[in-house]
Write a protein that binds this ligand. Structure first.
Ligand SMILES: O=c1ccn([C@@H]2O[C@H](COP(=O)(O)OP(=O)(O)O[C@H]3O[C@H](CO)[C@@H](O)[C@H](O)[C@H]3O)[C@@H](O)[C@H]2O)c(=O)[nH]1
Ligand SMILES: [Mn+2]
Length: 558
């Protein structure tokens, strides 16, 4: 209709043209698989010798597993969709002032395996988002309980006051300092100056890490000394220490060198005790959900691994294109960006890119109820941590409610005291945290399990895959690390498979068969190893012994 102004589009959805083809193919292929299984069963049934029986049974088992995995995978192919985001339209629809506040969680756990400089780079890259700084809060969770990490962040807070205005003024796209200085396009004298500052910060931090402690010469103020004194108290170890919360930057109080406000930057090392379970990353994230609720309580929460830096300052705009769509909003639980890696080793010999897992399968789930959560690069609505979309579950204290309005400054005595209280290792005893509230406990792959449970509760999710990677992370590049990661993932997934939450039963009932199968495809991922091992040995052994195991064409022609 002419004269009627249509609102500019924020995002569109396009169904993949392959859908019809995929479905026809699935039917044909299912027939072929059933025929093959029938053949195996008949051979096993008719086998006359123990030898032929003991060959056909493993083949039958292998092919049943492969057939099941193939069937589960079809869920990703039934309805794949592609989304496009028009972030440039966002500011035509809403004012910057109306953007929702954002709490960013960065997890780190070990200053030696995850160097503080890399964590600092991740933090700086998101502090420099093209987003109103008075709406940004960055929380760092340090499960390593390390003074070196705190020191690195004190340095980062200082460097940030130069880095943020520098990024803004020069409209940089690479806002992770390390990535920017690694690329070659910085020639101005201003860039050289910033680079020198960065290098000198890096040298100080690395020196501290090398020596394993923060030397006196690095402690500049009384406040800093007080912070580090906590580490000097009796029996402060990584597994056993009180809560440490340090506000390093505060909106309104701390300004950058041009006089603009800095975002909040808060260091949190939750209380740990050898007698209380800490629940690994899920425990760390729940502590942050609560501490941030007390201090800022932003309606949107971004979770990041410490090695995953922002590669695009416009990412929050993209996320808002979904969260500010009134049609999506009521049930939208999270917006997941893919995990994409830099620094893969040449030819990626250990197949760590996991393109199918992080980039292809989510497109398929996006056409159903939405992609699974992969632990990093994911923007949540804070509301998801408190029950399903239509069944709100109130937390124990009103200050943790997602609709609670924070009225006191983050450094107010009361606020800090309460923040310490909710980061206590005993706080979760006799509460719903980990079972019905927050990130879920019970699996080593807390991301998979949490996303799964949220979707079972009725939350939808969206997969956002822009051309320029929103985040770039690191992958294990040595065999040892790859094996240990794979083992952790397999154990975590099997923990879900053999629980009452098995996706085939619980998941299918809660979300329908296709979503159930999609999650089952991951839950059963470790059992790939069975057919792979059988096929790696059996055909070769039978070939060497002159036994034929595959059907001959002539058998079927007569
Ligand atoms: O007790 C812990 C253990 C780990 N972490 C942090 O958790 C993140 C992921 O741990 P990592 O050892 O790097 O695991 P990966 O297997 O490489 O990570 C993938 O798998 C994890 C488990 O499924 C997810 O949490 C991650 O987001 C996902 O990237 C890191 O930032 C750690 O610092 C903690 O904060 N506390
Ligand atoms: Mn990792």
């Amino acid at each position: 209709m002419e004269g009627v102004k249509t609102k500019p589009l924020l995002h569109t959805l396009r169904f993949s043209p392959l859908i019809a083809l995929n479905r026809v193919f699935a039917v044909v292929y299912t027939c072929a698989i059933l025929a093959l299984l029938y053949h195996h069963a008949i051979t096993a049934f008719h086998s006359t010798t123990l030898l032929s029986f003991s060959i056909s049974i493993p083949l039958l088992i292998s092919d049943v597993i492969l057939g099941f995995m193939w069937a589960a995978k079809q869920s990703f192919r039934m309805n794949p969709v592609h989304r496009q985001v028009f972030r440039e339209n966002l500011e035509k629809i809403m004012k910057k002032n109306d953007f929702q506040a954002l709490d960013i969680f960065i997890c780190t756990a070990d200053p030696y395996k995850e160097p503080p400089m890399s964590v600092v780079n991740t933090a700086l890259s998101v502090m420099a988002y093209d987003y109103p700084t008075e709406k940004l809060s960055v929380y760092v969770s340090d499960d390593g309980g390390s003074a070196m990490t705190l020191f690195a962040f004190m340095e980062a807070a200082k460097f940030g006051s130069h880095w943020l205005p520098f990024c803004r003024r020069n409209k940089l796209v690479d806002r992770c300092p390390d990535a920017y200085f690694r690329s070659s396009h910085h020639q101005s004298s201003e860039a050289e100056q910033i680079k020198m500052m960065y290098e000198s910060m890096k040298a100080r931090v690395e020196n501290v890490v090398e020596r394993g402690k923060v030397g006196d010469e690095y402690i500049a103020s009384h406040q800093q000394r007080e912070a580090f004194n906590k580490w000097n108290s009796q029996g402060f170890t990584r597994q056993d220490h009180p809560t440490v919360i340090q506000v390093l930057l505060e909106i309104g109080r701390d300004k950058d060198i041009t006089g603009e406000s800095m975002p909040n930057l808060i260091y949190v090392s939750r209380h740990k005790s050898k007698t209380s379970p800490h629940h690994f990353k899920a425990g760390a994230l729940n502590a942050l959900v609560r501490v941030s609720a007390i201090m800022t309580n932003a309606p949107i929460v971004l979770t990041l691994d410490c090695d995953m830096y922002s590669n695009d300052p416009q990412t929050p705009h993209r996320m808002l294109c979904f969260f500010s769509d009134p049609k999506l909003r009521p049930n939208l639980g999270y917006v997941q960006f893919p995990q994409i890696f830099h620094g893969l080793n040449k030819d990626d010999i250990y197949a760590c890119e996991f393109k199918r897992l992080f980039q292809i399968n989510p497109v398929g789930m996006d056409g159903l109820q939405g992609p699974s959560y992969v632990g990093t690069g994911c923007f949540f609505s804070r509301r998801v941590f408190f029950g399903g979309p239509s069944s709100f579950l109130a937390p124990e204290i009103p200050e943790l409610r997602p609709d609670h309005v924070v009225s006191k400054p983050i450094q107010a005595q009361l606020v800090l005291a309460l923040a310490h209280q909710v980061a206590d290792c005993k706080y979760e005893n006799q509460t719903n945290w980990g079972s019905k509230l927050g990130f879920r406990y019970g699996s080593l792959v807390e991301d998979y399990f949490t996303g799964y449970r949220l979707q079972c509760e009725g939350w939808n999710s969206v997969f956002c895959h822009p051309n320029r990677a929103a985040f770039l992370g690191e992958v294990p590049i040595t065999l040892n690390d790859v094996l240990s990661q794979t083992k952790r993932w397999c154990v975590g997934l099997l923990e879900v498979t053999f629980s009452k939450y098995c996706p085939v039963t619980f998941g299918s009932k809660a979300m329908g068969p296709l979503m159930g199968l999609a999650y089952a495809h991951y839950a059963f991922w470790p059992i790939w190893s069975i057919p792979i091992t059988i096929y790696a040995f059996l055909p070769q052994l039978t070939l060497l012994n002159g036994i034929s195991i595959f059907p001959k064409v002539c058998t079927y022609l007569h």
